[in-house]
Design a protein. Structure first.
Length: 398
């Protein structure tokens, strides 16, 4: 009986899982093909609005149901249709603003209630009216900045408090003012990468809202580009596509580990190379749709990440000699190769967050108390000089 139970549990974990690091085409977006649309997610449903189809700016709003892989047209955006606006969600509401339409630069800002399907105008975004800005939410606050205004490229950075409907100026972005950069979150920070300031960019910066400061990070390793697509799964950022310094549309995709400050390439996007695509994440799977590749697009592609999207899977064989017991209740023993006696052991949860750390202290074996961890799957990694050496999965029970 125990044998069959183990087989059942194994199949539950791996037998029916989506293949990691793959793209699969799903149902096409049912609105007009378009570029520069905006997306947000509320309660496991995705919303796409606005954009440009080559003839007209759009103000339609569509809702996506992941379980049924279907799109539903709902309440149109009530103000000027536009492209290259910002969007994010806070507290069960969607937010949308700025962008370019018949008016070149805007700073109006709107809230969408997914229950009543009503749009409500909120306080204008701080600073100058703009297009091609960055917008993201983190820890219940919204952040908007950069972009282009009537006076040129911008590097300001603003925080939105939905409870008080107010904007507060924060420390300016520490690199060059630019438009069409991409933004993602991870490890409690906002990250800005790529963009255009008169030249194509590939630098990456992290904003820490606690210290209100910026720190330079490892450059994006793909070609410098703008109008790329970005999203976050767990604590891992993803950047790809866009228009690059070879004057071509890009198809490559990269993931960023905020704990190790490293980039690694993942499977290329399976649709055509393009710029101006939008993305959203539902239940740890990313969806990329629309965009422009010399024609306006409406196809949608789903990306399933590696089992631990925060850990690069290249490993030194047998660096972890033994790890036991597994499953574990309270005490976990880890044995490493002799050459890694001065490394550290890091345990991360399925979202890539470090939950425990311990040094090997010049020993081959260490014991880690994992009794404080909740039941679930974790990754045990050997780290040396900030470099990931190897990773093994464990299951914490009881």
């Amino acid at each position: 009986m125990r044998f069959y139970l183990n087989i059942f549990l194994l199949l539950s974990f791996v037998g029916f899982a989506t293949t990691p690091n793959t793209w699969v085409k799903v149902s096409d977006f049912t609105g007009n093909p378009r570029t520069g649309a905006s997306a947000f997610v509320v309660n496991d449903k995705a919303y796409i609005t606005n954009g440009y189809d080559g003839a007209n700016y759009k103000n339609s709003l569509y809702r996506y149901y992941q379980s049924f892989d279907v799109w539903e047209k709902i309440t149109d955006f009530p103000a000027m249709p536009r492209l290259n606006a910002i969007s994010f969600s806070i507290g069960g509401k969607g937010y949308f603003g700025s962008g370019q339409g018949l008016v070149q630069y805007t700073n109006d800002f709107w809230e969408f209630d997914t229950l009543s399907l009503a749009w409500t105008q909120k306080a204008d975004i701080g600073g100058a009216p703009r297009k091609a800005a960055c917008g993201v939410s983190l820890n219940g606050k919204g952040y908007v900045g950069l972009g282009q205004s009537s006076s040129g490229y911008l590097n300001d950075w603003w925080e939105y408090d939905a409870n008080t409907n107010t904007w507060s100026a924060k420390t300016n972005f520490s690199s060059s003012a630019r438009k069409l950069a991409c933004v993602f979150i991870g490890n409690g920070n906002c990250y800005i990468s790529c963009g255009y300031d008169g030249s194509f960019k590939n630098d990456t910066w992290a904003y820490n809202p606690t210290t209100n400061s910026w720190a330079v990070k490892q450059n994006f390793p793909g070609t410098p580009r703008y109008n790329a697509t970005s999203f976050t799964i767990g604590n891992t950022g993803f950047v790809g596509l866009g228009y690059d310094n070879t004057l071509n549309y890009a198809q490559d995709m990269w993931q960023y580990n905020p704990y190790l400050n490293t980039w690694s390439q993942i499977a290329n996007f399976s649709g055509t190379a393009r710029e101006g695509a939008n993305a959203f994440v539902l239940n740890n799977e990313a969806y990329v749709c629309c965009g422009f590749d010399n024609s306006y697009k409406y196809d949608v592609w789903k990306y399933s990440p590696n089992l631990d999207v925060s850990v690069h899977e290249n490993q030194i064989e047998n660096a972890i000699q033994i790890i036991y017991p597994n499953p574990v209740i309270d005490k976990l023993k880890v044995v490493v190769l002799d050459k890694f006696k001065n490394s550290s052991i890091s345990i991360t949860d399925v979202q890539g967050k470090i939950v425990l750390q311990q040094n090997m202290n010049n020993l081959l074996e260490t014991e880690i108390n994992v009794s404080v961890l909740k039941q679930g799957t974790y990754n045990v990694s050997v780290i040396e000089s900030s470099k990931l050496i190897a990773t093994k999965k464990i299951i914490k029970t009881h």
